[in-house]
Design a protein around this ligand. Structure first.
Ligand code: BG6
Length: 512
């Protein structure tokens, strides 16, 4: 680009008329030979480079124990990228982007690795102009998080005293229960200040999850009815058609409650239930989310049987294909009781939501992939039409479809054409795909950019992570005493018990 063009672009950026580009810097990825780097992180960074949102003076340094040269690492990442982008990788972009990819083989437990890393990063500052800015991305096994943080701290790499920033990114899970989450947060806070810590939940990077806020707080018509006076109940569904695939070993330790509910589901619940924040900034938003978490009534151990359901898939059929049961998956115990499905009834004890149940569910091997929030409103107090004419009429439901077929629909009653006065429920539908021409960026693209720009708004604060664990702790304790997960055939909407959870209240789950 000509120098005058660069100067012009900088002026436009300063005026806020072009999106900002982050400062130069280096991103160190621990556990770089893992799946996340090739499947998510590098494709997102490549997209940013393609969209000219990445500074030229940027570098990635991968670390893991596997022996590899810089070129082998680059080739591996290129293969991953080809797979993700179905072959459409621009040679020009890749050529300049890949020059900034480096690899250091090393054991993240050993102090020597950090001395080597420090020298390497210094060298990059000189050669690539990375300016002393560092991001440390923990994508290794969670059991290594405390050690890596400690080693970074001992090596002085958490300090920001020579002008450059030092940020720490932690992938979920943030601990495996309340106590371990508190320990982990405590360990990290010995070396990093809260404002240097970016806890990632990729759901917050999804455009349609952010759209919950846009829908609620940029429209005048929803907020007045967004409360117990008008809402009968709320359902949050995170359904996946896939099974655990090659992640059996991880899943045996995690289960659906830790893998999806503690983070993705609780975040979506917070955005749905929170009060309007004063501004869209990190503190205002996170304050409001924490208030919701404080208001959710923990399910006591005695109530676990009535308010929490866990299930595990047996063999069955999904999209016409026969699939094996969870216990037959690779690295899964033949007598495993790990849950692949969870349904909970939660109550939010505050003025807005008193008495409105939030039914949440998350499961693998469901009939389809569908993440959605549905707000079901009260029935009309009275209909002037005759009984038989209103048989097809249901209460109003507002559905926010997070994925796929991203959009919003409102179920309303309408008159069936013809004589008489038959009324039936129909959907008013907004599809983002047709309303906006631009394709939504991948969640990681948004989050990595925010991270480099130093904007923590869409990341999780320590008290949020701990708040979510506090709600789920009694459920985990209750389940650890009674070892049985209800069964459901793959390709169905979960165990019968989940239907009963709503059935007791005279309600039923929506079919997404
Ligand atoms: C991850 C979980 O956080 O989210 C996976 O570990 C799950 O088990 C995935 O499949 C779902 O993400 P998405 O973006 O496909 O809804």
């Amino acid at each position: 680009m000509a120098e005058t063009q660069v100067v012009r672009q900088n002026v436009l950026r300063d005026e806020g008329r072009l999106p900002p580009v982050p400062e130069p810097g280096a991103m160190v990825i621990f556990g770089a030979s893992g799946d996340l780097t090739a499947r998510k992180l590098i494709p997102a960074l490549y997209d940013l480079a393609e969209g000219r949102r990445l500074p030229m003076e940027f570098a990635v340094v991968g670390i893991s124990r596997t022996e590899m040269s810089h070129d082998e690492f680059r080739n591996r990442l290129r293969d991953g990228l080809e797979e993700q982008r179905a072959g459409s990788v621009s040679e020009d972009v890749w050529e300049s982007f890949s020059k900034g990819l480096f690899y250091l083989p090393g054991d993240s437990k050993k102090p020597e690795t950090y001395e080597e890393l420090k020298d390497f990063l210094k060298k990059l500052d000189g050669e690539r102009g990375t300016s002393g800015n560092r991001i440390f991305y923990l994508s290794s096994s969670p059991s290594l998080f405390p050690t890596i943080v400690e080693r970074l701290g001992e090596a002085g790499m958490s300090r920001e005293d020579d002008g450059g920033y030092s940020r720490l990114v932690i992938e979920k899970p943030f601990g495996r229960d309340l106590e371990s989450a508190r320990h982990l947060n405590g360990d990290i806070l010995r070396y990093f200040r809260e404002k240097q810590i970016y806890r990632i939940d990729h759901y917050l990077g999804k455009e349609t999850v952010q759209n919950i806020l846009a829908l609620r707080f940029s429209n005048g018509i929803f907020e007045p009815v967004w409360n117990q006076h008008y809402v009968d109940h709320v359902q949050i569904t995170v359904a996946e058609d896939i099974g655990v695939g090659t992640r059996g070993a991880f899943y045996e330790e995690a289960g659906a409650l830790r893998d999806i509910v503690q983070n993705h589901v609780m975040q979506v619940l917070c955005l749905t239930a929170m009060e309007p924040p004063v501004a869209f900034d990190a503190d205002s938003l996170r304050e409001e989310k924490v208030k919701v978490l404080k208001a959710v009534r923990p399910i006591s151990e005695d109530e676990v049987g009535e308010a929490a359901v866990r299930g595990q898939y047996d063999g069955g059929w999904v999209f016409g294909e026969e699939v094996r049961g969870y216990r037959e998956e690779k690295d899964v115990a033949a007598d495993s009781e790990t849950e692949t499905y969870v349904a909970l009834k939660l109550l939010v004890d505050n003025w807005r939501w008193a008495g409105v149940p939030f039914y949440v569910r998350a499961g693998k091997r469901m009939p389809k992939k569908a993440t959605e929030i549905s707000i079901q409103f009260h029935k009309t107090p009275h209909t002037p039409f005759s009984g038989p004419d209103t048989e097809g009429l249901e209460p109003n439901v507002l559905v926010i479809r997070v994925q796929p077929e991203e959009g919003v629909s409102l179920k309303i009653g309408a008159k069936v054409p013809g004589s008489g006065f038959e009324v039936r429920s129909v959907n008013m539908d907004l599809l983002y795909g047709s309303a906006f021409m631009e394709e939504a960026p991948d969640a990681y693209q948004r989050l990595l950019l925010d991270l480099m720009l130093g904007d923590p708004t869409l990341f999780i604060r320590a008290d949020e992570a701990e708040g979510a664990w506090s709600i789920l702790q009694p459920v985990m304790e209750g389940w650890s005493k009674d070892g049985h997960a209800a069964r459901y055939p793959a390709g169905t909407w979960g165990p019968d018990e989940a239907g009963e959870l709503l059935g007791h209240d005279g309600r039923e789950w929506r079919r997404p």
